[in-house]
Design a protein around this ligand. Structure first.
Ligand SMILES: [Zn+2]
Length: 847
């Protein structure tokens, strides 16, 4: 009895000690980051990777980390290494071999092995492949936000900036690129690159790529472009403009900030399978190849998107790279600056373009898409652990925040705003800062109260409601539906009666705005110049008036603002989708602005596929196809023609329409368009998803005819989602459960689009549930935009109750899903919920 009691006591005490012993959390928690920031500084990495010929062989790595340490208590110093324990080979602390504890993705260095002051830790390891994007002929890193530690051991947090001295051993036929210049030596059939030490960089800014790349150097600026595109004519046609766009952006930023380009060299690599449009590694921007190498027939919109992307990534060299956020919850700050500066930079490059219109179209529709949904969130979000940083990204950061920033600039005045930014950049160069630090800098140059503004725009979620009353007075209140907060901003209202009158409205305090109106004023056009942000209510008469007059309004930004209003009314069931589609069809014939034409053709495609029942689609498709075809044939402007063609390719559904898709594909007809290899591939996909006669053969022939190896590989993958046989498609979906098959994320997203195509909705609705079950895993294995892309492509195009139920069931069954992921799902499902509601209420009316 006694011995049993003793054993029990022993057992309990072991249990107690093992429970209370400090256990490090996976990822990089806010606490870990804080404590490391307090105890180490002046970090340097001497990193080496030995890259073999065969992509399946391991990459051996070594990292010599030096840093200055100040002891804090007896705690371990943790080095992040998010790989399995067997990837860790040897650890030497201050030249002495050491047995270390490796747990939960961290190497624990006991404090007693470290000295006060300078220390050196040498680690030999096998590099983790997760963020190395290894292909047969090339590999590249993508370490944002916290993926550096999946590849090599280090302090993977943005405010421990370090100098990186990288050396690479690569196959001799390969080229390598990184943040710095390199000295190259040959060693047998390998080539050694010793890169110079970098300026202080955050781990997510460090990058390298190696592989079979072509390169071209601009004789004027000295910058080099690495690329893989095999069509040399296409490269030549783009090259000069790509260099010029970068140079212009660099000059502009130097001028605006009064700080010279802050890093040593400036090159970039174009990578066919790159996950994003671009990533701003200092001195070594990586782009998705197709974002920069445009087809000869590229529209003005596409050319402007390219210019904006280049300006965006270049702006990051100052905003994000020179001054970096302390913690990833302020990641929006670098993105808003990059976008905001991009808009300023791109303007002079396209003098023929209406830039207010461009800003409106590039930001408002995407921001509203999120902000009108139940999954919206404030610009500033909280982040407990870096492993969840990827979930912070989205349109609120990329599109809403620039609107906020422009509003701030308007409120402060351009010069004060610029002075505030210069102060901020100078003060925190090669270091880190928070949003509050920026507000402090701005406050030095304004007497405006930034507090109320900050609360509404930065700390609150959702789009504000803009309500009005019109009698002897026009009275306007701007509130946020859920919190009733006032939203300081500036916009215009048009009063339409016997006379037209445009009123400038400044909302700066809770009393809103009141001004006398002429009694004969009957209707309004709210947010007349498109500067205001929110849902602008209008009565039925005003709504119908907007629909009746929008196509004849002369000023493009007013026309665009009206279209954006109209779309909000359609989504809220306040304007009929069918009636709106007729106005769009009429507008396509008269609309000569490419941005607006693109916007309304996309809305038409939305209405056609999502807000129209399958039966109604059959009734109207011939009219749509004929209209688009005739307009395409008549249109002289190549950009407009291309937009019409893109819309036609997406929506053509009538017999005649599909017949014409085939004629385009067979080169029997071009209507003056240049049909590229990528166009042929897209046409083959669209024909196949329609189960058109002969589509299997078309797809097989297309694969055979596709010359570019990267496009061919993509096609081989995507074809799996297009099979006319449901069992094959089931097998394709099953294959996506293996993370290996999700490695090429753009391919997966494209394939999901076809798998869930509205024409196949009835058979594919069953994939919704299992796809959502995979979401948490996808967030951990995929890159930052992938979870949103995954849910978006899975749920957003449906219209049925069954699909809406599947989403709701998943939400009910998973109450512990992280708020950020839940938000992403609610954002993506918003069009589905709205379509289901609108279509079911219509059905009830018909009965
Ligand atoms: Zn960016």
């Amino acid at each position: 009895m006694k011995s049993i009691q003793f054993l029990l006591l022993l057992f309990l005490s072991i249990l107690f000690f093992s429970c209370t012993q400090e256990k490090i959390e996976k990822g990089v928690s806010y606490e870990l980051a804080q404590s490391r920031k307090e105890s180490i500084k002046d970090v340097q990495y001497a990193l080496h990777f030995d890259i073999p010929f065969n992509q399946n062989e391991n990459i051996a790595g070594k990292n010599i980390i030096t840093f200055v340490y100040s002891k804090n208590a007896s705690k371990n110093l943790y080095i992040d290494f998010n790989e399995k324990g067997d990837h860790l080979k040897t650890v030497k602390v201050n030249q002495k071999a050491t047995d270390v504890v490796f747990e939960n993705e961290h190497i624990a260095i006991p404090a007693h092995l470290l000295s006060e002051g300078k220390n050196e830790i040498e680690i030999e390891f096998t590099a983790g492949d997760l963020s190395l994007n290894r292909n047969d002929e090339y590999l590249y890193t993508l370490f944002v936000p916290d993926r550096a530690s999946t590849c090599f051991p280090g302090f993977d947090q943005p405010d421990l900036k370090a100098s990186f001295a990288l050396s690479l051993s690569i196959p001799d036929e390969w080229e390598a690129i990184s943040n710095q210049k390199a000295e190259i030596t040959l060693a047998g059939n390998k080539k050694n690159y010793q890169f110079l030490p970098t300026k202080p960089l955050s781990t997510y800014q460090f990058a390298f790529a190696a592989g079979k790349f072509e390169k071209a150097t601009d004789p004027v600026s000295g910058m080099t472009m690495y690329y893989r595109e095999t069509d040399s004519t296409k490269v030549a046609a783009n090259l000069e403009e790509i260099f010029q766009l970068h140079s212009q952006s660099l000059d502009w930023l130097k001028d605006y900030t009064t700080i010279s380009y802050p890093f040593s060299k400036f090159d970039f690599a174009l990578i066919p399978t790159f996950q994003y449009g671009g990533m701003e590694h200092p001195g070594s921007i990586f782009y998705r190849e197709s974002s920069l190498i445009l087809e000869p027939s590229a529209s003005v919109n596409q050319r402007m998107r390219r210019a904006s992307l280049i300006a965006h990534e270049t702006a990051h060299m100052w905003f994000g790279n020179l001054v970096t956020m302390k913690w990833f919850e302020d990641v929006w700050l670098k993105e808003v600056f990059a976008n905001f500066m991009a808009a300023k930079i791109v303007n002079p490059q396209f003098p023929e373009i209406n830039h207010d219109l461009r800003f409106l179209m590039a930001h408002y529709p995407s921001a509203y898409e999120i902000d009108r949904s139940a999954g919206s969130h404030p610009i500033q979000q909280k982040l407990d652990n870096l492993k969840n940083a990827g979930t912070l990204y989205g349109a609120i950061i990329y599109q809403k925040a620039p609107i906020m920033m422009r509003n701030l600039e308007t409120m402060m005045g351009e010069e004060s705003f610029q002075n505030g930014l210069r102060d901020y950049l100078a003060q925190y160069s090669y270091s880190n800062a928070t949003w509050d630090d920026l507000v402090n800098s701005l406050n030095k140059f304004t007497d405006k109260d930034l507090a109320l503004w900050n609360k509404a725009w930065i700390k609150s979620k959702g789009m504000p409601d803009v309500a009005y009353t019109l009698d002897d007075n026009l009275t306007i209140r701007v509130t946020n539906d859920s919190i009733g907060l006032v939203w300081p901003q500036t916009f215009q209202y048009e009063l339409v009666g016997d006379q037209h009158e445009v009123k400038d409205i400044i909302i700066s305090d809770p009393t809103g705005y009141t001004a006398p109106a002429t009694p004969s004023d009957l209707r309004i056009v709210p947010n007349y110049n498109g500067r205001g942000y929110g849902y602008f209510a209008a009565d039925e008469q005003s709504r119908n008036n907007m629909l009746a007059t929008v196509n004849s309004v002369e000023a493009p930004e007013v026309r665009a603002a009206m279209w954006i209003n109209i779309w909000e009314y359609v989504l809220r069931g306040e304007l009929e989708a069918k009636k709106t589609m007729e106005t769009i069809l009429a507008g396509m014939a008269t609309e000569k602005d490419p941005l607006i034409l693109e916007y309304i053709t996309n809305r038409m495609s939305n209405i056609f596929w999502q807000f129209t029942t399958q039966e109604d689609r059959q009734l109207i498709s011939a009219k749509i196809d004929d209209t688009l075809f005739d307009l395409m044939a008549l249109e002289k402007d190549i950009s407009l023609k291309r937009i019409l063609f893109n819309c036609f390719r997406q929506t053509a559904s009538s017999k005649e329409g599909i017949y014409n898709l085939k004629k385009f594909w067979r080169d029997e007809m071009t209507l003056g368009l240049e049909i590229s290899e990528q166009d042929h591939i897209e046409l083959a996909y669209e024909i196949t998803v329609r189960d058109a006669e002969g589509s299997d053969e078309i797809l097989a022939t297309q694969l055979k005819n596709t010359k570019n190896p990267d496009r061919k590989e993509a096609m081989q993958f995507i074809m799996g989602s297009l099979s006319s046989n449901e069992t094959d498609r089931d097998a394709f979906f099953e294959s996506l459960k293996d993370p290996k098959n999700r490695e090429h994320e753009p391919w997966v997203l494209k394939a999901l689009g076809f798998l869930h195509h509205p024409l196949r909705a009835q058979q594919s609705v069953k994939y919704i549930q299992p796809s959502l079950e995979m979401l948490e895993e996808i967030q951990l294995t995929g890159d930052i935009f992938f979870p949103k892309g995954w849910v978006e492509q899975t749920v957003s195009t449906y219209q049925s109750k069954e699909a809406a139920d599947a989403v709701n069931l998943f939400l009910n069954n998973n109450p512990n899903l992280s708020q950020n992921l839940k938000n992403k799902l609610l954002q993506s499902a918003d069009p589905l919920f709205r379509a289901e509601k609108i279509l079911s209420s219509k059905q009830t009316q018909n009965m």
